[in-house]
Design a protein around this ligand. Structure first.
Ligand code: HEC
Ligand code: HEC
Length: 232
């Protein structure tokens, strides 16, 4: 038996030994005892859907959705123009072998002296892989919500993994210090994470399929709400 199999069995045994009380404590320590959707009161359902509205506002901000696209060319700027130089997703999201994202984008933003149009950077700068594009651009709240919590579409993440991703991933954090004169995500990061956790703790309730017409477009950044940005 391989060492890895042994150690994962030991971990499993340790978890079983913790017993129900231990597990509850462990789950509480991770901050995510997830409710089942069917157990929610109407008030809680409302609370969860309201929390999701904040999550949606962030995910559909240009700093985030410029990479979470249905097409294969990343977008730029607040109005989502196709990336200059005809850049493409490539077989794994990291660009075609001849011109990977990393040939221009580093692991951090370049110094300000490089000017406002230097390529921004963060570790792992890439598009999601073609098998799961994690599209946030141009989808409804209901579609976004369903994608976000579906492990087949979100890269195999459960709520805990999603919370870790939105709390700590450097590519996500980049949205709050994007460099150049790019506008950062306007919702404070701490508030985003708090609302994300609240949504997850309530089991991830989703808004109804077609939102009432008076709900403002989620990606309105002080701009007129109606027109969604062009998909490439
Ligand atoms: C040939 C160099 C080059 C390559 C290769 C490249 N980029 Fe860029 N990218 C840039 C430059 C330069 C900018 C900044 C443009 C500006 O602000 O005027 C940029 C900006 C961006 C932005 C804009 C951020 C925003 O919110 O406005 C995204 C997203 C992006 N690149 C994604 C990618 C991805 C993903 C890849 C690989 C699939 C990639 N780029 C490959 C040079 C490159
Ligand atoms: C440069 C491109 C890029 C930018 C900008 C970007 N992401 Fe992502 N995002 C990715 C990639 C690549 C993955 C896949 C990561 C993995 O699975 O390893 C991903 C995965 C995710 C996921 C996990 C799964 C899912 O279904 O969505 C979330 C959540 C997410 N990003 C949120 C954000 C948020 C919030 C922002 C803005 C603050 C953001 N991203 C900005 C490239 C980007």
């Amino acid at each position: 038996m391989s060492r890895r199999a042994t150690s994962s069995r030991l971990q499993l045994a340790a978890l079983l030994l913790l017993g129900a009380g231990g597990m509850a404590a462990l789950v509480a320590a991770c901050g995510s005892s997830t409710r089942s959707l069917s157990s929610l009161s109407p008030d809680e359902l409302n609370q969860g859907v309201t929390a999701f509205a904040t999550v949606q506002k962030v995910l559909q901000h240009p700093r985030c959705q410029n990479c979470h696209i249905p097409g294969d060319a990343p977008l730029q700027f607040d109005d989502g123009q196709p990336h200059a130089q005809g850049i493409l997703r490539g077989p794994d999201g990291k660009g075609p072998p001849g011109l990977p994202c990393s040939s221009c984008h580093g692991t951090e933003n370049p110094p300000e002296s490089y000017g406002p149009h230097a390529p921004p950077g963060a570790p792992g700068w890439a598009l999601p892989p073609p098998e799961h594009k994690m599209v946030t651009l141009g989808v409804s709240g209901a579609e976004l919500c369903a994608m976000l919590k579906d492990p087949r579409e979100n890269g195999g993440k459960d709520f805990d993994a999603l919370i870790e991703h939105v709390s700590q991933d450097k590519l996500v954090l980049w949205g709050w210090s994007p460099g150049g004169n790019r506008a950062p995500v306007p919702v404070p990061h701490a508030e985003f994470v708090e609302q994300f956790k609240l949504w997850a703790s309530l089991g991830g309730p989703c808004p109804p399929p077609s939102p009432p017409p008076d709900v403002p477009a989620p990606n309105a950044v002080g701009a007129p709400a109606a027109t969604p940005p062009a998909t490439n």
